[in-house]
Design a protein around this ligand. Sequence first.
Ligand code: ADP
Ligand code: MG
Length: 363
Amino acid sequence: MAKITLKNLRHSYYPDPKGPQDFALKEVDLDWQDGGAYALLGPSGCGKSTLLNIISGLLVPSEGQILFDGQDVTTLPPDQRNIAQVFQFPVIYDTMTVRENLAFPLKNRGVDPAIIEKRVAEIAEMLEVTDMLDRKAAGLSPDNKQKISMGRGLVRDDVNVVMFDEPLTVIDPHLKWKLRTKLKELHQRVSHTMIYVTHDQTEALTFADQVVVMQLGEVVQIGTPEELFERPAHTFVGHFIGSPGMNVLPAEVKDGQALFAGRAVALEGPINAGASGQLEIGIRPEFVRLADTGIPATVTRVADVGRHTVVEATVGTHKVAAIQNGPAPQKGDEVHLHFTPEHTRLYADGWIATTPAQKESAA
Ligand code: ADP
Ligand code: MG
């Protein structure tokens, strides 16, 4: 196993890129620590598969380097990188049995037959396919084929990293949850570095200790699920993670004070020097309260989602979502919105532009 370093990576699928818009990866610098459970999260087309294929060696980047434990592997072919990759669609040998499919990556490397038998049995049990071991893969359902495909990725215990590229796409919804939980368990057991690519925040947040969020060929934030929720570094992260996502509201700054709809809004701390460009206030619905004082708003929608109520209120032409745990208002009610200052931030051109106030220590 190894620490994986990506240094000044850029990739364009065009032979002669003209500008940033021609790069599928704009500039990526990233360390994947040995043994980490990572998710690579972002919308379709943001460059996740491109990044994965560069790590595995299926693609050579236009610029930059990939290091495994400090050793440059940028131009090494996939079979010399000692990695396992599981794709969106099953990659298995139809004419082989399930057992032969699972054993293949080990047999290929001349592993002792007794060890192969033991590993195959372990993986089969974990994926609940033991009863299928002697069936031909050709007859399996798409779900089961993908399970075998995942098993082939997990069966070796000497790989640098196991990478999953949206592996649950073809899996039945109720099985998805189960497999995700299993993967997490397995990670804790084998402590391989794992990178799990997905566009689904739930998948990312349940699997990973560290989530790498990408947008338009760039990494916008790396953090634990809590960090991404608590303090999004970019409005995209705030919006993409959470349900509903963070409110992103147009702002103005006058004399060091942030204003929304002409009213002063208290922030988590001072605005960074030089914050300019498109200014926005970011506040998660969880931290918007309906109060006696604050920004006047009209309730335009109330949705009971079980554990709580999502209230949509309108301030001028702007919609603000608020999560309410107590009694819910009615559509048409005139209310006041209070933004919890510790969770209210200014963003400039998408990036966070406030610094949290120093907490006063109780002396
Ligand atoms: P993701 O996996 O996040 O959906 P991809 O890495 O597949 O994103 O794609 C990133 C960008 O690169 C997209 O704009 C996509 O259209 C483009 N792209 C991907 N593969 C190729 C290719 N083989 N040739 C040209 N463009 C590609
Ligand atoms: Mg992809």
